[in-house]
Write a protein that binds this ligand. Structure first.
Ligand code: NAD
Ligand code: DAU
Length: 365
């Protein structure tokens, strides 16, 4: 294996292709890059699945440095045209099918988007950077997940050398895409970097994921489905801290390196749901703990990973990143955002999602 190499200096990419920039994390990444890099030009390629929504990007609509393109990362001809037109010197790849429950119901969509989509994108980058003779100065940055490492017992943390052991169709597809990215580095000399992050929370997250789903259901007085006994553990990181880490890694990450990103912030699902009940009930002036009666222990997720926890010390030691907010601050701000943005919730949860929600969350045994 080639040893990761430090960049000679902080890179300043001029023309960046961001994929999946209308999704939850991607929209925060677009905002962060525009805020921190005056001279940047971003093309944001997103096919707008149920999880992608242009209302996530309202505040950058007037920014001439940001161009939105509706399209699929599996469309090689479209990608070739975009590389030709915009001469990208970096790709920040977030587009993916991202929800584990959906991957259990429809694995093929995950394999297609996450593996074939990533491979198609890598191929377009390779073709363009080879033809333009700029392979060495370009960068393919792949955003991945801690789920590739499998599931932990009560102790221990995932490090960058933890062997891969993905266990859901989602994590298997992400693990495969990580391998394909590394293959392009080792086989074709493409400069790549990968980061594997823990569970994100914050504004603009589609309300099928635990935190926004629970906030929404508490507000509306709907049942709160807890899988199994609620003892599974996740490490939660504020999405804007993840976006800040992505910015740092894009500009200073060592070529060929991997960075784990996490919050050192482990919660059992049931404890987190109690915390959310406390926060939302207080904000709505309800009696303390009133919404606890909405909790329902439902059938467990198939193959449910027990615990994820991240050792992010490599990223801190090498690039100086660490989370900027406490979970108390981040979660309170997140609850406020969802309470103040009911119209956003309404907008993103109409249509296709509504059907999924009804099928998925009603009559659960
Ligand atoms: P998301 O589901 O909110 O957004 C994914 C975006 O990708 C959507 O805008 C969707 O329209 C777009 N997309 C899907 N298929 C596409 C295709 N074929 N072509 C173009 N665009 C397509 O996901 P997210 O939570 O923002 O996650 C973003 C990335 O970060 C994913 O790669 C995910 O694996 C990774 N990740 C997520 C988390 C998390 O906690 N959410 C943690 C670690 C890593
Ligand atoms: O660890 C990073 C991963 O975190 C990302 O790669 C994924 O894209 C992201 O979706 C997330 O995966 P999880 O499966 O951990 O997140 P989710 O919000 O779906 O579930 C969090 C935990 O809460 C998990 O143990 C399952 C449980 N859960 C979830 C839902 C939606 C419930 O108990 N009830 C629910 O209704």
């Amino acid at each position: 294996m080639t040893a990761p190499q430090a960049p000679h200096q902080t890179r300043t990419f001029q023309s960046v292709l961001v994929t999946g920039g209308a999704g939850f994390i991607g929209s925060h990444v677009v905002r962060t890059l525009l805020r921190n890099h005056e001279g940047i030009r971003i093309v944001n390629l997103d096919v707008l699945t149920y999880a992608g929504n242009l209302s996530n990007l309202r505040d950058v609509e007037g920014d001439a440095r940001h161009t939105f393109v509706k399209g699929d990362i599996q469309d090689g001809a479209l990608l070739a045209g975009l590389f030709e037109e915009h001469a990208f010197d970096a790709v920040v790849h977030l587009a993916a099918e991202s929800h584990v429950d959906r991957s259990i119901e429809n694995p093929l969509a995950f394999l297609e988007t996450n593996i074939l989509g990533t491979a198609t994108l890598l191929n377009a980058a390779k073709t363009s950077w080879t033809a333009r003779g700029c392979m060495e100065t370009s960068l393919f940055y792949h955003i991945s997940t801690d789920e590739v490492y499998g599931s932990l017992g009560e102790d221990g943390l995932f490090t960058e050398t933890t062997p891969y052991d993905p266990r859901s169709p989602y994590s298997a597809s992400k693990a495969s895409s990580d391998h394909v990215v590394r293959a392009y580095h080792h086989t074709y000399g493409m400069p790549v970097v990968i980061s594997n992050c823990s569970n994100n929370y914050g504004s603009h997250q589609f309300p099928e994921k635990l935190i926004p789903l629970m906030i929404r259901n508490i507000v509306e007085g709907r049942e709160l489905p807890i899988y199994g006994e609620g003892v599974n553990v996740r490490d939660w990181l504020w999405v804007e801290d993840h976006a800040a880490a992505i910015d740092v890694i894009l500009n200073r990450g060592w070529v060929g390196d991997t960075y784990n990103v996490g919050g050192l912030n482990e919660w059992r699902n049931i404890d987190l749901v109690h915390k959310l009940i406390e926060l939302v009930d207080a904000k709505l002036g309800r009696e303390h703990g009133q919404s606890k009666s909405l909790i329902r222990f439902v059938k467990d997720r198939a193959g449910h990973d027990m615990r994820y926890a991240i050792d992010a010390s490599h990223l801190e030691a090498r690039l100086g990143w660490k989370p900027s907010v406490t979970f108390e601050e981040g979660l309170a701000g997140t609850v406020d955002w969802y309470l103040e943005n009911q119209d956003w919730l309404e907008e993103v949860t109409s249509g296709e999602y509504q059907k999924y929600y009804e099928a998925h969350y009603t009559n659960r045994g």
